[in-house]
Design a protein. Structure first.
Length: 242
């Protein structure tokens, strides 16, 4: 179905019938919320570690506030890491929607859908609604969540490993510090990239709420229950790694 056919269908004065389909499997939903919660906690604790605006009162031996903040930051980093690994595993073993939107940059149709989706969000054209992630969402997730996410893991655990020279994390990611120009430069990179996640979260929430209001497809609730509403003309064509 072309964009013109879909637009013509939108203008037809007939009753629109929606059906439901199970799209997001449980591991996808759980890792989604774990990653979202982890980003929020990591951002808040990371800001405090970088620039503590409040401090405990009294003698230092009676307080361990900064230590608890750092502890929370490190524990949450483990949650973020394991959630990403589980999601990566489910990318290969889950249903097709677990792989939807993957940036297939070697395919011309993917680029066509990408620019078409950009026009959709800018209000230039109206196109079919995909059941899974569209190409623009897939590209943004790949860059912001996966690429920058693993960059934050590498730089974060490289800094974490400084406290235990020769330990597991220092051995695994210690090479990152000299690569980026030393410990201080690694701190700066780690802190700076954090703000890219803020940009991603703002855009992600805006697009989700816009899709909920425009398409009435239960997008927001689907990441809790797993089901989405769909109707004739919605795209269900993502078959990468079937």
């Amino acid at each position: 179905m072309t964009t013109q056919d879909y637009h013509a269908m939108e203008l037809e004065p007939k009753k629109v019938l929606y059906e439901t389909k199970y799209v997001w499997e449980l591991p996808v939903r759980i890792t989604h919320w774990l990653i979202a919660a982890s980003i929020a906690v990591l951002f808040a604790t990371g800001l405090f570690i970088a620039s503590p605006i409040v401090g405990p009162r009294g003698e230092a031996y009676n307080n361990f506030f900064m230590g608890r903040v750092r502890e929370t930051h490190f524990i949450t980093a483990y949650v973020f890491l394991f959630a990403l690994l589980v999601r990566l595993y489910w990318f290969f073993v889950g249903n097709n929607y677990a792989r939807s939107g993957f940036p297939r940059v070697w395919e011309g149709d993917w680029w066509k859908e990408l620019f078409g989706q950009m026009k959709e969000y800018m209000g230039v054209t109206r196109g079919p609604v995909p059941l899974g992630h569209n190409s623009l969402a897939g590209a943004s997730y790949f860059f912001f969540v996966w690429c920058l996410g693993f960059f934050q893991i590498a730089t974060g655990f490289a800094l974490y490993g400084e406290d235990n020279s020769g330990g597991f994390w220092d051995t695994t990611f210690g090479w990152v510090r000299p690569l980026l120009g030393g410990s201080f430069a690694t701190h700066v990179w780690h802190h700076t990239v954090t703000w890219a996640f803020v940009t991603f979260v703002i855009l992600h929430l805006y697009i989700v709420l816009m899709d909920v209001a425009r398409f009435k497809n239960g997008l927001l609730g689907s990441m809790t229950a797993g089901f989405k509403f769909y109707r004739k003309g919605d795209l269900d064509h993502d078959r990468w790694l079937t």
